[in-house]
Design a protein around this ligand. Structure first.
Ligand SMILES: NC(=O)c1ccc[n+]([C@@H]2O[C@H](COP(=O)([O-])OP(=O)(O)OC[C@H]3O[C@@H](n4cnc5c(N)ncnc54)[C@H](O)[C@@H]3O)[C@@H](O)[C@H]2O)c1
Length: 264
């Protein structure tokens, strides 16, 4: 097999990998022969990694419990990966959170601090330590998880949207900084994805409209041209492309992976 689309033997870190999009990314990468280090603040990541390992016994990855808002913990994550597995080919900075803050005038400073600490600083630290390693290697691919909420403002999500907008511009800046080192940096922008985070939105919208959860899901699906929610494997398809010669000319891009929901 040519290496044009082949990720066999590569090493990846996926943050936010206990569940949802991140777990799906890790499962798909592992099924393509990538050794995957799965990191999350939830202990559940241990169980999620065991599932990945059971399906892919040759996988040399492992699970790490950490908080991505801690620079020292992210540094240890990246350095530990390089020490154990020898390199880092793919950094998928995916861990993120949403919090119901209400409108701008109702938002507490502590909520702003936490959302920015996890969604922006968490991805920033992942970029920082992956960059330090990838500069030495002169190879690698960094893929951040952005959002369509980071491209267009949505009522009730000013802070979350700003955190993702910050991820987008950081992605572009780092792409320019790492271009001389043969490292590409991009952000994926999911639309509506099947995950615990999104089901909380669906429930809140359903409650606000006085309809059931399933009725709200059907309304949403009607908004998505491909008429299905996004999954981690959809994001993994783009990550595999970006991490191989087939996608190596793509850098600094905010790539919608959203079933046609939004064209911005
Ligand atoms: N679900 C959607 O519709 C949607 C849309 C656009 C973007 N996103 C983004 O996709 C990413 C994945 O979200 P998801 O939808 O799978 O949600 P999710 O809540 O199911 O998964 C997020 C994961 O990140 C982990 N996490 C949160 N804070 C952390 C921290 N401080 N340190 C380490 N891990 C932490 C959580 O424990 C969880 O396992 C997030 O960055 C989110 O903002 C999701």
């Amino acid at each position: 097999m040519s290496d044009f689309r082949n990720v066999q033997g590569k090493v990846a870190i996926v943050t936010g990998a206990a569940r949802g999009i991140g777990k799906g990314i890790a499962e798909t990468l592992a099924s393509e022969g990538v050794h995957v280090v799965m990191a999350d603040k939830l202990e559940l990541v241990m169980e999620s990694f065991e599932e990945v390992k059971a399906a892919n016994p040759d996988n040399k990855g492992y699970a790490v419990v950490l908080d991505v808002s801690s620079e020292m913990e992210v540094k240890a994550l990246v350095e530990g990966c390089v020490e154990k597995l020898g390199k880092l080919d793919i950094m998928a900075n995916n861990a993120g959170m949403h919090m119901d803050t209400g409108n701008v005038w109702e938002t507490e400073e502590s909520q702003i601090d936490r959302i920015l600490a996890v969604n922006f600083k968490g991805e920033f630290f992942g970029c920082k330590y992956a960059a330090i390693q990838m500069i030495k290697q002169k190879s690698g691919s960094i893929v951040n998880t952005g959002s369509f909420f980071g491209k267009v403002g949505h009522a009730g999500s000013a802070t979350y949207g700003a955190s993702k907008g910050a991820v987008h511009t950081m992605t572009q800046a780092l792409a320019l900084e790492l271009a001389p080192y043969n490292v590409n940096v991009n952000a994926l922008c999911p639309g509506l994805a099947a995950s615990e985070m999104h089901w909380a939105f669906v429930q809140a919208d359903a409650d606000a409209r006085g309809i059931t959860f399933d009725e709200m899901k059907e309304l949403e699906l009607n908004e998505i041209p491909l008429h299905r929610y996004g999954y981690g494997k959809d994001m993994a398809g783009a990550i595999i492309w970006l991490a191989t010669p087939s996608g190596s000319y793509v850098t600094g891009q905010l790539i919608n992976v959203n079933g046609g929901l939004d064209f911005t």
